[in-house]
Design a protein around this ligand. Structure first.
Ligand SMILES: Nc1nc2c(c(=O)[nH]1)N[C@H]1C(S)=C(S)[C@@H](COP(=O)(O)OP(=O)(O)OC[C@H]3O[C@@H](n4cnc5c(=O)[nH]c(N)nc54)[C@H](O)[C@@H]3O)O[C@H]1N2
Ligand SMILES: Nc1nc2c(c(=O)[nH]1)N[C@H]1C(S)=C(S)[C@@H](COP(=O)(O)OP(=O)(O)OC[C@H]3O[C@@H](n4cnc5c(=O)[nH]c(N)nc54)[C@H](O)[C@@H]3O)O[C@H]1N2
Ligand code: SF4
Ligand SMILES: [Mo]
Length: 759
């Protein structure tokens, strides 16, 4: 498909001009908007939670009325920068839609009737039901889910104390494909050294809408410094619009293009032979598997012209090693995710970009950094653990295929709750405790999820809002918002060690608590208090800093602490500066004057496994990445894809008034030819329909998308929960996506086939 980028910029919009702005109607739970906000009137360092990137921020209460939020200037990479969502945190505190009291369901599940109860009653009744389930079934019949981070660790600690192995994060709905690809090949993930890159290929990753402030800023810096950027995306994302080239790749076409590019690098001898020889294993198997692959073959599966594939492979090789083939973030495009992301890492290895300036690198935490420096540059955090936790021998519900061992050690396969509830295999699941998780909006196949929730004996949601999923709970446990709570110190190391901490800025409104306290108190009610020996968050933090009072004081004062200087193990300039700063490190230098021999991988061979013998043993045929061409749609359907928008986070901020006002609908992007064939104009109502469900939305006719593809921003069209303009308008993606579990990485799939018609 040949595309002129300029033709596509016209007519792209995020809000639906033809939709009238209505007034917000507070739900039945509405509590009085507080007259005043109490809290710290001086800039207090903390961490954002408007998305899970958790940028360092500073915030202060102004005139007891509002909260000012900016980036934490102590964190150099952040500066005072913040995104629209981060700046709107105050709206979340004041919001009449917030849940500020524990609640118990009245009437049928999802019916929307609630009564306010005390925390004591909530704990007692939930504990009684959990203990009953344990008695009648087993502890493992209770599933626990939470977005990963400090919040999940407390909920999962409760799960472990209770005796259930079934804990799930959002992993399979977001990063698992990439994380497991990295795990299989290298025993751990790599990070992008964005600002100094000279050439980037991005397969969907849209850093200008899927914003992560520091990375987004670094990406802009790289472009300002002249980096060439090539974007492959079925639609013209903001990132694509700022790229030097945009190629409207066919959904599912990424793996063939990557394979063909790697084949060109090998066939034309454009790869870094020294890097491959020293740091990788399985090159022969890889080269063999790519023997038949050609750019012409990849074009057939991707619509990216063969000559473009060849040219780009040659161009990026010419700029190597200061180049990035972007590993991406949300890795849920299709069932080929594991191999698509593995092929990305393979290409980076062929380009020798690992631990080079403008390439990819391993995070350097205090332990690793101090060892290299030969001195204690950064304090090491202690991990609070509890001795004598109950031994859990039962297998997880998602531990079925041997290759799933990679994912069930981490976030698990959250969609497998659907199957375990439906089939009672490998054993029945009877309760779901979810925290900071809105599966009805963010896990595919809403109809099956509703059936799942309806079948359970107990559903508990800990949230700040009456989300679509919270609306199906029996008990609502209201968490204090991120501006109202303290949390553990977290390790946020990158090129050098760094720590950050969340601190209370505003006194909690209503009767809310931080979730770490909620799970500790519920634990006590369950008779498990011996597993929760800490008094409060300060005790935990003191334990973390090993009694180092200076560290404790400083991290609270600044909110973000960084140690040492940035280090790239194979970059000569970076290594020389490190050795000048830490002379004891000279003993670790390799012959070439870098730390080449310090670059190690936690894979079985200690090398980057281009061919993985252990994965081949668990999943035959998966030793090297291969294209399997899993169907994404039927012939008479259009591809249906989604993405993030700059002013909302996933399925979460549609409740936030300031953001809901900015964007309250997700019109369907339709190519002019596709629209014309069906008599559709911008602003018309349209139906999207497939075997899963049927959704009504508004059309946005635009040449910024492939004719065979429809796109919407995710997170709208909620069917239950608090009502705002943004939750009551638009397309609900989960109602059009099938329930899938991808091989090895277990990922959900966010691409499907739909039929389009005029509404
Ligand atoms: N169809 C489709 N589905 C997708 C995606 C897609 O592109 N398309 N994207 C996927 C991606 S990348 C991700 S990461 C997942 C995210 O999916 P989820 O993990 O479900 O995360 P969010 O939607 O970000 O937020 C979940 C809930 O957290 C609540 N919340 C916010 N702050 C707090 C807090 O401080 N405490 C508590 N207790 N709750 C809080 C919000 O109100 C919301 O209900 O969705 C995935 N699902
Ligand atoms: N403003 C904002 N920022 C966010 C978030 C948010 O919700 N809002 N969420 C945060 C989270 S949790 C995450 S995971 C990151 C996600 O950041 P990204 O990984 O950038 O995620 P998406 O926007 O979901 O998807 C990126 C692009 O993939 C394209 N795409 C869809 N299918 C395909 C395909 O088959 N091939 C290719 N090549 N492209 C395809 C979409 O059109 C979209 O433009 O953003 C983070 N930052
Ligand atoms: S990217 Fe924006 S919303 Fe996400 S943590 Fe940073 S400031 Fe907050
Ligand atoms: Mo995500």
């Amino acid at each position: 498909m040949s595309i002129n980028r300029r033709d596509f910029i016209k007519g792209v919009g995020i809000s639906c001009a033809s939709c009238a702005v209505g007034s917000f109607s507070p739900g039945a739970l509405a509590l009085q908007k507080p007259d005043r906000l109490d809290g710290n009137s001086k800039l207090t360092p903390s961490l954002c939670e408007m998305c899970s990137f958790r940028c360092p921020i500073q915030a202060q209460v102004i005139n007891n009325k509002t909260v000012f939020i900016q980036g934490n200037t102590h964190a150099q990479h952040q500066g005072s920068r913040i995104c629209a969502r981060g700046g709107s945190g105050v709206s979340l505190i004041n919001d009449p839609h917030r849940i500020v009291q524990p609640m118990k369901r009245k009437g049928p599940r999802g019916g929307g009737e609630w009564e306010v109860i005390s925390w004591q009653q909530a704990y007692q009744e939930i504990a009684e039901k959990l203990n009953q389930i344990k008695q009648n079934h087993a502890a493992e019949s209770v599933a626990f889910s939470s977005k990963s981070g400090s919040l999940s660790s407390h909920l999962f600690h409760l799960a472990a104390a209770f005796g259930s192995p079934n804990t799930f994060t959002h992993a399979t709905t977001c990063p698992a494909g990439k994380a497991i690809a990295a795990q299989v090949m290298m025993g751990g993930d790599l990070v992008m050294d964005l600002a100094d890159t000279r050439y980037m290929l991005a397969f969907g990753h849209n850093l200008y809408e899927g914003i992560e402030v520091a990375d987004t800023h670094e990406m802009m810096t790289a472009q300002e410094r002249g980096a060439k950027v090539v974007s492959f995306d079925p639609r013209l994302s903001v990132f694509s619009s700022k790229a030097d080239e945009w190629h409207a790749i066919r959904p599912g076409g990424d793996l063939p293009v990557l394979m063909a590019m790697c084949q060109v690098l090998i066939a034309e001898n454009l790869y870094d032979q020294a890097f491959i020889a020293r740091y990788t294993t399985g090159f022969e198997q890889l080269a063999e598997s790519l023997k038949e692959v050609t750019p012409e073959w990849a074009q057939q599966h991707s619509d990216v012209p063969a000559e473009v594939i060849r040219r780009i492979a040659r161009e990026i090789a010419a700029q190597a090693p200061h180049v990035i083939v972007n590993p991406g973030h949300r890795a849920t495009y299709n069932k080929e995710e594991l191999d698509m992301r593995r092929m990305i890492f393979v290409m980076n290895a062929l380009l020798g970009s690992i631990e080079r300036k403008g390439g990819l690198y391993q995070k350097k935490n205090a332990e690793k950094y101090n060892k290299l420096a030969g001195e204690a540059v950064a304090p090491v955090l202690a991990k609070p653990g509890v001795k004598g936790m109950p031994e859990i021998t039962t297998k997880r519900i998602d531990a079925i295929a041997p290759a799933f061992k990679y994912i069930n050690k981490g976030g698990g396969i959250v969609q497998s709750i659907i199957d375990a509830v439906e089939t009672e295999k490998p054993y029945p699941v009877k309760a779901w405790i979810m925290s900071r998780h809105n599966p009805l909006q963010t896990v595919s196949c809403r109809p099956e999820l509703v059936k799942t929730l309806e079948k359970l004996d107990l559903v508990v949601s800990c949230d700040v809002y009456l989300s679509e999923s919270a609306a199906y709970a029996d008990y609502l446990l209201p968490e204090s918002t991120y501006l109202e709570r303290d949390e553990e110190i977290s390790d946020v190391s990158g090129l050098n060690p760094a720590y950050a901490v969340r601190q209370q800025v505003v006194k909690p409104i209503g009767n809310t608590k931080p979730s770490w306290m909620i799970w500790q108190e519920l634990g006590a009610e369950l008779g498990l208090s011996q597993y929760f020996p800490w008094k409060d968050m300060a005790t935990r933090q003191l334990f973390q800093v090993n009694g180092n009072e200076d560290f404790y004081r400083q991290i609270h004062q600044k909110g973000y602490l960084e140690y040492g200087i940035p280090l790239l193990l194979r970059e000569p300039d970076s290594v020389s500066e490190f050795v000048r700063t830490y002379p004891a490190s000279a003993s670790r230098l390799s012959d070439d004057g870098t730390f080449a021999q310090e670059l190690k991988f936690k894979s079985p061979s200690g090398l980057i496994e281009l061919y993985s013998e252990s994965l081949e043993g668990m999943a035959s045929g998966y030793g090297v990445p291969r294209y399997r061409n899993f169907p994404l749609k039927k012939d008479n359907q259009l591809y249906f894809i989604q993405g993030k928008v700059a002013v909302h986070t996933n399925g979460a901020t549609q409740y936030v008034p300031l953001l809901s006002e900015l964007m309250w609908d997700n019109p369907v992007w339709i190519h002019p030819q596709t629209a014309k064939d069906r008599g559709i104009k911008t602003g018309d109502f349209v139906w999207l329909e497939n075997e899963i469900g049927k959704e009504k939305g508004r059309a946005l006719v635009t040449p910024a998308i492939r004719p065979d593809t429809l796109f919407v921003y995710m997170g709208f069209g909620a069917k239950t929960g608090a009502k705002t303009e943004a939750t009551t308008h638009g397309i609900h993606c989960g109602n059009l996506l099938p329930h899938e579990i991808s091989p090895v990485c277990g990922t959900d799939v966010h691409t499907s086939g739909v039929q389009l018609s005029r509404g």
